[in-house]
Ligand binder design. Sequence first.
Ligand code: DGY
Length: 321
Amino acid sequence: MGSQRVVATFHLPREWLGALPDLTDFVEWGSEEPAPRDWLLKEVGEADGLLCTVTDRVDGEILRAARRLRAISTYSVGYDHIDVGAARARGIRVGYTPNVLTDATADLAFALMLAVSRRVVEGDRLVRSGGWRIPWSATFMLGSEVHGRTIGIIGMGRIGRAIARRAAGFDMKVLYSSRTPKPDVAAEYVPLDALLPRSDFVVLAVDLNPSTYHMVDYGFLRRMRRSAYLVNVSRGKVIVERDLIRALEEGIIAGAALDVFEDEPIGADHPLARMNNVVLTPHLGSATVETRRRMAEVAVENLLRGLRGDPMLYEVGSEVP
Ligand code: DGY
C-alpha cells in the first residue's frame, strides 16, 4: 500500500495512527489550526485517501480536485461537512466514527444540564472573582433541580439513547421526538409540539441536515417553558443563534448550555458569552483521551479498509443510524 498517498488535514498523536504512516505515503497538516483550503486543494490532487475532520469543508471543488481519491475517513460522527452525494457519485467511499463517542457526548450533555441549572460555572466565576462574601444564605444562588424533572430529547439516535439512559438514572421523565418512534427506547415518543411545553430540559441530539438546519428558532423557543433550559451537543447550525439570544434576553427560556455554535470558534465579545444563565463549552462533546483515541482507531481502520476495497467499520449510508 506504500504507493498510496494519504492526506490528513489535522494532527493526531503518532501512537494513535497505528500502522497508517508506515503502510502509506502519509502527509499531514501539522498545525492545530484547521488546514488551509489552498493546502487541501493542492494536496488532495494526488491523494488516494483523505483523513479529515469537522473543520474541513469537503465539497464539490475539493472532490473535483481529488482526481485519485477513493476513500474519505472523517474523524467525527458528523459528516455534514462532506458532500457525501458528490463523493459517492465519484465512487469515493466515506467513513465516519459513530458509537465510540456516544457515551462521552452523552456525559457532556449531562454535565451541561447540571452546570446550567445548578449554576456551577456561574458559582465558580463568583468564587474566583472574590464575590463570595456571605458564608451561607438560604436563598443564595438558587438553581433548579435536574433529578425528577422532565427531559425532552430531540433526536433518538445513539447519542439520544445514551442521554435517555442517563436521565433514567436521575429519575427523570423522558420524552423524545424523532423522525420515527423507537420501540426499543423506554421513553415517551411525542411530537415536537407536545415535547416543548412539557420539558424542563430540551436537549438537541440530532444530526445536521436540511430538516434540522435552523430548527430552533424564536417560534420553537416560545413553545418551551419559561423555566426550561436548552442544551445543544449536536451542531450549532441547528439553532438560529440570534433568535436564541433574543429569547434569553427576553426571559422566554431560563437558560442554555451549548457545546456548539453557528460559527466556531466564538469569542469573548459574543453576546452569549456575556450572559450568566448560559454555559458555553468549545465543542468538547467527544473530547476525552479515551474517546479521541478510539475515534482515531476507527478512522484509521475505515481509511485502510477503504483503500483496500474492503467494507469499512462505519461507512456513511451503509448502516442504520
Ligand atoms: C463529531 O464527531 O461530529 C464531533 O462534533 C467532533 O468530535
